[in-house]
Design a protein around this ligand. Structure first.
Ligand code: PMV
Length: 323
């Protein structure tokens, strides 16, 4: 059996996080500058069932049978072998390398699942298509995060910008002109599971008020889609900032995230917001391309642990137009 590899990108949520758990639309972009790569090599001298897993990013070198079955890498391997009806795996070595910071809102857990499912199914001679990969990756997200909306696994599986509403068919977006973002990591890792749970508790206590905020966020996602598809891209900026204010109201921002958002706006960004579950993780700022490096420097000076400049270029889909 030849060696097989598969790669999955990171992601950011442009607008709509948290509300997307409650059936409002959201938009997410792949971030291809960071990725997970899974490389699988047959071990012709190994015994059937002998699977060696190596993941330097988490200091892991282990045989599958020695790993806690609840470990995400053990669980995803088990899930693929069950799904394909191959209970005894051939001897193999699986190497996972990552440039996606964990717990920072880049979707690292979904990216590991997607790359593992894609690589393992291909290695086992039954390469799965995106739809099935996405379903299995969603099941992994449920195991790890409780009640995820499914947006992370979807944008990462399809590796295209998505307009996502829970329970609705996936819509791939095409942007009408390049979108330049500066991503700044607050350096604080937060648990998506806990942040989503915290919002659920507020939703259960405050009901209607929080529901209105989710609806306002959903309306922002619809307008953001229009700006992405028809322009002007610059007008997306104020939508991002409005979305940040609504995320503040549901209690998922932090003083550092607020400071980074304010720094971005004071340094010429068209708009900025926290991205992902909040409590830490990233902010994103929409910028004119020429400004991106100077804004990244300003965000670092204001306390960002890391910055990343990323661009989304128009990619043709049917009916797409330039703006
Ligand atoms: O923290 P992240 O980047 O994995 O984003 C979670 C996004 C939420 O909307 C808060 C949860 C979800 O499942 O959609």
């Amino acid at each position: 059996m030849p060696a097989i590899s598969a790669t999955a990108p990171g992601k950011i949520i442009l607008v709509g996080e948290h509300a997307v758990v409650y059936q409002q639309p959201a938009i997410a972009f792949p971030v291809r500058a960071v990725s997970i790569k899974v490389y699988i090599l047959a071990n012709p001298v190994g015994k059937t069932g002998e699977v060696l897993l190596e993941s330097p990013a988490i200091h892991l070198v282990s045989r599958l049978e020695d790993l806690d079955p609840q470990h995400p890498l053990a669980a995803v391997t088990q899930m693929v072998s069950q799904h394909l009806g191959i209970p005894r795996l051939p001897a193999m070595r699986i190497k996972i390398s990552s440039t996606i910071p964990a717990g920072a809102g880049f979707g690292s857990s979904a990216a590991v699942s997607v790359a593992m499912i894609r690589a393992l199914s291909a290695f086992l001679g039954h390469p799965l298509q995106n739809e099935e990969i996405n379903q299995l990756a969603y099941q992994m997200e449920v195991r790890q995060h409780g009640t995820p909306s499914g947006i992370d696994n979807t944008v990462i599986t399809y590796n295209r910008p998505v307009y996502y509403t829970r329970g609705q068919p996936i819509e791939i977006l095409s942007v009408c002109s390049p979108v330049h973002l500066v991503i700044a990591d607050s350096g604080t890792a937060a648990s998506t599971r806990e942040m989503v749970l915290g919002v659920r508790q507020r939703y259960e206590q405050e009901g209607e008020q929080i529901q209105h905020i989710f609806e306002d966020i959903g309306a922002i996602s619809q307008l953001a889609r229009q700006k992405l598809e028809q322009g002007p891209i610059q007008e997306l900026g104020s939508l991002l900032t409005q979305n940040h204010l609504l995320l503040q109201k549901i209690g998922v921002s932090t003083p550092l995230l607020d400071k980074l958002v304010a720094t971005a706006i004071n340094n010429g960004a068209w708009g900025a917001k926290l991205s992902g579950s909040g409590g830490g993780g990233n902010i994103i700022a929409l910028v004119d391309h020429e400004m991106s490096e100077s804004l990244a420097a300003a965000l670092q000076a204001a306390g960002a642990a890391r910055t990343l400049v990323t661009s989304l270029q128009p990619e043709p889909v049917s009916g797409a137009q330039a703006c």
